[in-house]
Design a protein around this ligand. Structure first.
Ligand code: ADP
Length: 598
């Protein structure tokens, strides 16, 4: 399978074509200065490099030039490109996985431009251009924010009025996801340890820079925030700075646009040194006696060191610190200065390995820690495009397998995590009179969404905190658990279809405005398949039929009693709870198959 990865910026179109069976790049390049008279196309095909002046008035024209070049050089042709990956900077709270692009997805990307005004509009232009040039391909958006989408609330909530999060989505999102994810996967492979067992601090140090704390493969904290401005010192961005500075400058007459420009383009290494945004230039100027350039490097190193210490505390120690990006991969002095004095967390560099480090010629990863030190220090040659291509494969293999196997009865799977449906009266009691729940993300069935608000469940034996609420409100409050949840709470609900609550046990729900104890409403949801009447006809079943569903794979399972629910509002989707999913190895990417009437 070939995957064509496109990264469209405000004036450039970068691309990379991968053969995913081998993960080899067949061709890559960039069209720079798009929209100007000086547009150039730098292209690499195998060992052959070309640089030509081109007439690229916009992203669409640039893409046409690239596709013609790929065809002319015999690498591929347009008809062969069936899978296209688009790097998109901001996916907000709802686009948290690689996603096949539809009109609704484009609308969400446009809405998220509020948090990434420099990036999302350009990314969207690239998507439109590529969909026009490659109308028969599946286009997948891969988001910089997605890898951080499982940050716990204690890491993503700003200590601002909470309503700003609920009503406007002001929170930490984090960026550079493909690079942090690539570093984590490379570290696990290099250390021959499953990612689920590793605690990692990953540092992406390029012209933009961020650091992440990764526990068991999940990002649990990261330095960039609602936008890519927060955190480390960058080429032209300040990273952490007191928000009062912007207010003060505003009061003194600087317009919001001027402040934004100062924060995005005139700060960071450039701002302090006055020399350059390029780390090499600043380092050189510092070595030649420029005090401000020296100071810029010191502030850069100090900030990073501070974050590494903070993330060691967040993780409870790290198995490895990982460096990447132009500075992380190349600067011996930065790695040395950052790691100096970190012996308390087991970090000791081998000076010789650090100075000879060349991840490119060493298979992509080098360990520069001293042999006897408890914490590894890895330098990884990052490959964000390859990571995006991997995510594209992950996104389309499930659904496309579903499509190709549809005639054989394939059914996509959705795993339902414990959740609550609330009545109006109970919503009032938990959140305040006439409280309107806010949308975090939509779920597969039309009109339903997961809310930003959560409730705690309090049972006779234990509590479960931050349980999801699914809107819209219903006539009666209903709590859907997996058996393991019920055991830890100390309740014993029966297996029921949604809405059939007679004779079910109750529980206490706790919200910010008060608690509610219901005397019935807790169920284990009976596994079921939603389907459209067309699917029902194809399978020869009707509403309320009981069917068997087969799950292939390592934990082969046949579910003998799956209820069919038919409506023209439904898309084909089987719902199982987390216990059922874990027992049969199912995830949200899985596809099961129809195995006849039960
Ligand atoms: P981008 O984020 O634009 O992709 P890169 O990851 O290529 O950027 O990183 C660019 C940064 O890396 C620049 O500040 C550059 O000076 C720095 N860099 C590249 N090579 C070296 C080197 N040998 N020593 C120090 N810094 C380097």
């Amino acid at each position: 399978m070939k995957v064509f990865v496109i990264n469209v910026g405000s004036s450039s179109v970068k691309y990379d074509l991968y053969e995913m069976d081998t993960e080899l790049s067949l061709a890559n390049g960039v069209v720079e200065r798009v929209g100007t008279e000086q547009a150039t196309h730098k292209a690499t095909v195998g060992a052959k490099k070309d640089e030509t002046k081109v007439a690229a008035k916009n992203a669409s024209a640039a893409l046409a030039i690239v596709l013609d070049h790929l065809t002319a050089s015999g690498v591929t042709n347009v008809a062969e490109l069936k899978a296209v990956g688009h790097r998109v900077v901001h996916g907000g709270e709802s686009l948290t996985r690689p996603t096949v692009i539809t009109d609704a997805v484009k609308d969400t990307i446009e809405r998220c431009a509020a948090y990434a005004p420099l990036h999302n509009p350009a990314n969207l232009t690239g998507i439109e251009a590529a969909m026009e040039r490659l109308p028969n391909a599946t286009h997948v958006a891969v988001f910089d924010t997605a890898f951080h989408s499982e940050l716990p609330p204690r890491a993503f909530v700003y200590a601002l009025p909470y309503e700003l999060y609920l009503e406007r989505g002001l929170r930490r999102y984090g960026f550079h996801g493909p690079s942090h994810q690539f570093m984590a996967q490379s570290a696990a492979e290099f250390l021959k340890t499953d990612l689920s067992r590793l605690k990692l601090i990953t540092c992406h140090l390029g012209s933009g820079a961020s650091v992440a704390a990764i526990d068991g493969g999940k990002s649990v904290d990261t330095s960039m925030g609602m936008t890519p401005l927060e955190g480390l010192v960058m080429g032209t961005r300040p990273g952490d700075a007191d928000p009062a500075i912007a207010i003060l400058l505003g009061r003194q007459g600087l317009s919001p646009d001027a402040i934004e420009h100062m924060l995005n383009k005139q700060s960071g290494l450039l701002g302090i040194s006055g020399v350059s945004a390029d780390f090499r230039d600043v380092e050189r100027a510092g070595a030649a006696g420029n005090d401000r350039a020296k100071l810029a490097v010191e502030v850069f190193v100090h900030r990073l060191k501070k974050y590494i210490g903070a993330y060691a505390a967040v993780l409870g120690g790290a198995d490895a610190v990982v460096f990447t990006g132009g500075i992380g991969e190349n600067s011996v002095t930065v790695r040395n200065a950052v790691c100096e004095g970190l012996v308390y967390m087991g970090v000791v560099l081998d000076a010789d390995k650090n100075s000879r480090c060349d991840p490119k010629s060493a298979g992509g990863v080098v360990d520069i820690a001293s042999k006897s030190a408890p914490t590894r220090v890895l330098v990884v040659e990052t490959d964000e495009e390859k990571m995006i291509a991997r995510e594209v494969v992950r996104a389309i293999v499930g659904p496309s397998a579903a499509r190709t196997r549809l005639s054989g009865g394939a059914i996509p799977v959705g795993v339902s995590v414990r959740h609550v449906h609330l009545s109006r009266a109970h919503c009032d009691a938990l959140f305040g009179k006439d409280y309107e729940l806010t949308v975090r993300r939509e779920v597969s069935q039309p009109g339903q969404f997961v809310c930003r608000e959560t409730v705690d469940l309090v049972g006779p034996k234990g509590e479960l905190q931050r349980v999801a609420i699914i809107n819209p409100l219903r006539k009666e409050t209903q709590v859907e658990l997996a058996k393991t949840d019920a055991i830890s709470l100390g309740v014993n609900p029966p297996l029921r279809e949604s809405g059939k609550l007679d004779g079910t046990p109750g529980i206490t729900l706790r919200g910010p405005a008060g608690s509610v104890t219901i005397d019935h409403g807790v169920i284990l949801a009976h596994r079921h398949v939603h389907m459209h009447p067309d699917d029902a006809k194809r399978f020869g079943v009707a509403d309320k039929s009981m069917i068997r569903v087969r799950v292939d794979g390592e934990r082969e399972t046949v579910f003998g009693d799956v209820i069919v629910r038919v409506s023209d509002q439904y898309a084909l989707d089987m719902h199982v709870d987390t216990d059922e999913a874990n027992a049969s190895g199912l995830t949200n990417d899985s596809v099961a198959s129809f195995d006849g009437q039960a």
